[in-house]
Write a protein that binds this ligand. Structure first.
Ligand SMILES: Cc1cc2nc3c(=O)[nH]c(=O)nc-3n(C[C@H](O)[C@H](O)[C@H](O)COP(=O)(O)OP(=O)(O)OC[C@H]3O[C@@H](n4cnc5c(N)ncnc54)[C@H](O)[C@@H]3O)c2cc1C
Length: 407
């Protein structure tokens, strides 16, 4: 699409839930009044909620990806496969290695860096597995398959201090239990869940209604030992070491790391909190720069209450979708006029899969105190999650409008 002086230039960094949904929503709302560029380090969109199924060997990772260039080009959105290395808010420009991209509006949807370095020995280059990319999940799958071939074994699923995305750890622990029971070898394996949360089912948000009791009961029925308030300080080749001095030996160990904001965001003075997450107003606009918005994992959300070992607030895919729509709505209002919306006080729904059943949780709003919470458990939720994967990938391919909102 040729640039004309009257068209606003919108640059979006990130090609995942936040970036793609913002780009599509902006195109729908502003049509040809804007030039939209999406810059992403990866050429594909990956449906990360299904990565735990890759770890279990229940999904081919290739099935979870959509190549971005084609679908974006069809909607007149420029796609740049590149790594943003710098942001200069005063010149209103981001830079990849070879090119500068000036903008009228910037949307930061760059998620997080995985902070494996914070705990010596964790991470796929060291002693524990992880599940944030298809490559990590495939490596974890192979390591798990090796461990399950042992005559007996110890499985430890953990999360580092300050982790926020702990939900997949719950899923993997319960799915391994399901897989072992299916082959009648559960009695040969010990499964531990080692978490910084103050109670099982806290999820970084103080729990969702009775989620603490629910997951405590679920773990009891599945014989999964929950170790809470755990500050993992080191991983050795066969064990996790906690700040309390206790050790948790494993044949298969998977540890979810804490997150840091992207380096290019951390480098821009005044844009972020100390961990590198963009501080935003309820309209998802940077508290410092009027023409910068941020959505999804990239934004700063303070924990509802302190915990003995730090746990950060998760930003789920569902929340990120809604933030993308809200940011697009507010940028459209900046450009074309109209009402503005609050993209921070969100309701969130999530399905935690256990392999043989699943939990559907909804919190409105996401952080307490809340107007409404709902939880349901059943095999239907497992199938709903599987169906949602197919729907969501088709939605990214075809720019289907999302299901549950009015903006
Ligand atoms: C294993 C797992 C299971 C999950 N399960 C669920 C679930 O069941 N339900 C749910 O709602 N959510 C789930 N989530 C969370 C969900 O995946 C995230 O909320 C969502 O991915 C956040 O989207 P995002 O766009 O903010 O960031 P991300 O998905 O992290 O994407 C960031 C994007 O920015 C790009 N990028 C980063 N830095 C740069 C740079 N410097 N230059 C260019 N591009 C850059 C990346 O390549 C990527 O495209 C899960 C997450 C994981 C990892």
């Amino acid at each position: 699409m040729a640039a004309t002086p009257s068209k606003k230039r919108i640059v979006i960094v990130g090609g995942s839930f936040g970036g793609i949904n913002t780009a599509y929503a902006l195109r729908r709302k502003l049509r040809d009044r804007v030039n939209i560029t999406v810059i992403s380090r990866e050429a594909e969109f990956t449906f990360m909620p299904s990565l735990p199924w890759v770890v279990l060997g229940w999904r081919d990772p290739a099935r979870l990806q959509v190549s971005l260039a084609g679908p974006l080009a069809k909607r007149g959105i420029r796609f740049v496969h590149g790594d943003v290395l710098g942001l200069d808010p005063d010149r209103a420009e981001v830079r990849t290695g070879g090119e500068g991209f000036p903008y009228d509006y910037l949307v930061i949807a760059s998620g997080a860096e995985l902070d494996y370095a914070a705990v010596p020995g964790i991470g796929p280059d060291a002693h524990t597995q992880s599940t944030f990319t298809t490559a990590e999940a495939a490596a974890a799958r192979d390591a798990l398959a090796r461990a399950l071939r042992l005559d007996r074994g110890r499985i430890v699923i953990g999360a580092a201090p300050g982790a926020s995305c702990i939900g997949p750890g719950y899923e993997i622990a319960m799915q391994i239990d399901t897989a072992l029971r299916r082959i009648r070898r559960r009695h040969r394996f010990h499964i531990e869940f080692v978490t910084p949360e103050p109670f099982v089912g806290h999820f970084g948000v103080g729990g969702i209604g009775k989620s603490g009791r629910m997951f405590e009961d679920e773990f009891a029925e599945r014989h999964i030992s929950g170790v809470v308030n755990a500050g993992i300080v080191e991983a050795r080749p066969d064990r996790l070491v906690l700040a309390s001095g206790t050790e948790h030996a494993f044949d298969f160990g998977l540890v979810i790391p804490a997150f840091l904001g992207s380096p290019f965001v951390r480098g821009a003075a005044g844009l972020t909190n100390p961990r590198g997450f963009v501080t935003v107003t309820p309209e998802l606009r940077s508290t410092k720069f009027e023409n910068i918005y941020a959505v999804g994992v990239a934004i700063a959300i303070a924990p509802p209450a302190p915990t003995p070992v730090p746990v950060a607030v998760p930003k789920t895919g569902g929340m990120t979708d809604l933030m993308a729509l809200a940011a697009a709505h507010n940028i459209a209002a900046d450009i074309a006029g109209g009402s503005r919306v609050d993209g921070l006080t969100l309701a969130a729904s999530c399905i935690a899969d256990a392999g043989d059943t699943a939990f559907w949780l909804r919190a409105d709003p996401f952080l307490p105190p809340r107007n409404r919470v709902q939880h349901k458990r059943g095999k239907w939720a497992h199938y709903l999650k599987a169906g949602f994967e197919i729907y969501y990938l088709a939605r990214i391919r075809n720019d289907w409008p999302p299901l549950e909102f009015g903006w």
